[in-house]
Design a protein around this ligand. Structure first.
Ligand SMILES: *Cc1c(COP(=O)(O)O)cnc(C)c1O
Length: 384
C-alpha cells in the first residue's frame, strides 16, 4: 500500500511546469532579481483577485503582519488582541516593537475569533488601564473567513484597527466579500504549503489607499523616503534617504513570476478544494469524526480539512499505519507556549482553544486529491 502525500505540490507543478520554467527564464534574462517588473505586476493581479484597491508584497507572511503594526506605530503600552489557536507568527510579531498580545478564545464550531469574548477582553483591558487597546488580528483559520462583520463592529466601537491574517485564507469570502472589505489590512503568506504558495518564502499586505501603501513600501525597504514623507530628495536616490526605521522585506522577482502563473489557476483550485471538502463531508457523515463547520455565507479555501475526533491520537496512529499522513494544527496553543505564557488572556481563559488542541486532526487536502485516494482515507477513518 503506497503512502499518500499530505499536500501534493508535485501535482500542481506537473500542470504548470512549462509556464513556470518560462517565467523564471524571463527573470534570468532581464536580470531584475529584486523589485523587477513582475513584482508590481503580481501585486496588481493579487489586489484584483482579493477585491482590494492595492497590494504590497513582502518577504513572508510574518513580516506581512509586522509591517502594518510598524506603519501604525504600535509599540510599548499597546494591546493587540489575537487568537491563541493559530500559527505562531500571528502573535510573534506583536512583541517585536514592544506591544503585548492579549489572547482571546475562539468559537467552538469554526475555531475563529469569538466576537463576544473579544469584546469582553477589550473592556477588561480598558478597565485595568495598563495597556491601551490598539489592534485586533483575526485569523482565517484553516482557510475560512472569521466573523468580520461582528469583529468590525467591535473594532469601530472601541477605535481599534483590524488586521485579517489570511495566510491560510487568501481567496476566502464571506457573503461574496473578501476580508479586506471589513479589515483595515489583510495579510497573506506564500509559503509553499499555503493555498497560494510560491517556491520559497513570500507574503503580501492588501491595503486600501496609497498613503498606507507608501508607508509600507518605505518600511519594506529600510525606511527609504517615499511620497508623502515631505522629503526633498533633490538629486539623491531616495533609497539612501531614510525617513523611518524599516527592514528588508521584499518578495523576490522570481517568486513573483512564479506566483503570477499560480494565481492564474487559483480560482479553479479553490473550486477543486471545495469539491474535495464536500466529498469528505459526505463520506464521513455518521462517523465519529465531526466535519469542520464554515461560517454561514462563508467560502473557505480549505488550507486544511480539520476534523474533530474524541480519540484524535488513536485515529492518527491508525491512519499512519495505513499510509495516510495527518497533522495536528495546533497541538499547543500560543498562550501555553513558554515565551508567551506571561501575556494576558481574555476573561474566563481560553477553554475552547484548550479543548480543541486535543481533538483536531488535519487530513490530506489539496486540489489534486484523487477520488480513489480520498475513498481510501474515508474508509480508513470509518474503520477505526
Ligand atoms: C503561515 C502563517 C503565517 C506566517 O507566514 P510565513 O510566510 O510562514 O511567515 C502567519 N499566520 C498564519 C495564520 C499562518 O498560517
Amino acid at each position: 500500500m503506497t503512502n499518500l502525500p499530505f499536500i501534493d505540490l508535485a501535482a500542481q507543478q506537473r500542470r504548470l511546469r512549462p509556464a513556470i520554467d518560462a517565467a523564471i527564464a524571463r527573470v534570468l534574462d532581464h536580470g531584475g532579481y529584486v523589485m523587477g517588473a513582475e513584482v508590481r505586476d503580481f501585486e496588481a493581479k493579487l489586489a484584483a483577485f482579493g477585491q482590494s484597491p492595492m497590494a504590497l508584497s513582502c518577504a513572508n507572511g510574518t513580516d506581512a503582519i509586522a509591517l502594518p503594526l510598524m506603519a501604525w506605530n504600535v509599540g510599548a503600552g499597546d494591546a493587540v488582541f489575537c487568537p491563541s489557536f493559530t500559527f505562531t507568527a500571528t502573535a510573534e510579531v506583536v512583541p517585536w516593537n514592544g506591544a503585548e498580545p492579549v489572547f482571546v478564545d475562539v468559537l467552538a464550531d469554526t475555531y475563529c475569533l469569538d466576537p463576544a469574548k473579544l469584546e469582553a477582553a477589550i473592556v477588561a483591558v480598558k478597565a485595568a488601564g495598563r495597556l491601551k487597546p490598539a489592534v485586533v488580528i483575526a485569523v482565517d483559520l484553516f482557510g475560512q473567513p472569521a466573523d468580520y462583520p461582528a469583529l468590525r463592529t467591535i473594532c469601530d466601537r472601541h477605535g481599534l484597527k483590524l488586521i485579517a491574517d489570511s495566510a491560510q485564507g487568501f481567496g476566502c469570502t464571506l457573503n461574496g466579500e473578501h476580508p479586506i472589505h471589513w479589515a483595515d489590512v489583510a495579510t497573506t503568506s506564500f509559503f509553499p504549503a499555503k493555498p497560494l504558495g510560491c517556491y520559497g518564502d513570500g507574503g503580501a499586505v492588501l491595503v486600501k489607499d496609497t498613503a498606507i501603501w507608501n508607508r509600507l513600501d518605505s518600511l519594506r525597504v529600510h525606511g527609504k523616503a517615499v511620497a508623502g514623507d515631505g522629503v526633498d530628495t533633490g538629486h539623491h536616490d531616495p533609497k539612501y534617504l531614510n525617513t523611518r526605521i524599516g527592514m528588508n522585506s521584499r518578495l523576490d522577482t522570481i517568486q513573483a513570476a512564479i506566483l503570477i502563473e499560480k494565481l492564474s489557476i487559483f480560482a479553479e483550485e479553490i473550486m477543486l478544494r471545495e469539491a474535495v471538502a464536500t466529498r469528505y463531508m459526505s463520506g464521513l457523515a455518521g462517523s465519529r469524526a465531526t466535519a469542520p463547520k464554515v461560517i454561514d455565507g462563508g467560502q473557505s479555501v480549505w488550507a486544511q480539512y480539520v476534523i474533530d475526533h474524541p480519540n484524535r491520537d488513536g485515529l492518527a496512529a491508525h491512519l499512519k499505519a495505513e499510509g495516510i499522513p495527518t497533522a495536528v494544527y495546533y497541538p499547543v496553543p500560543m498562550h501555553l507556549q513558554p515565551p508567551y505564557e506571561h501575556f494576558e488572556r481574555g476573561a474566563g481563559g481560553l477553554p475552547v482553544t484548550e479543548a480543541a488542541a486535543g481533538r483536531v486532526l488535519a487530513l490530506p487536502m489539496h486540489p489534486y486529491l484523487m477520488a480513489e485516494d480520498q475513498d481510501r482515507i474515508i474508509a480508513a477513518i470509518r474503520a477505526f
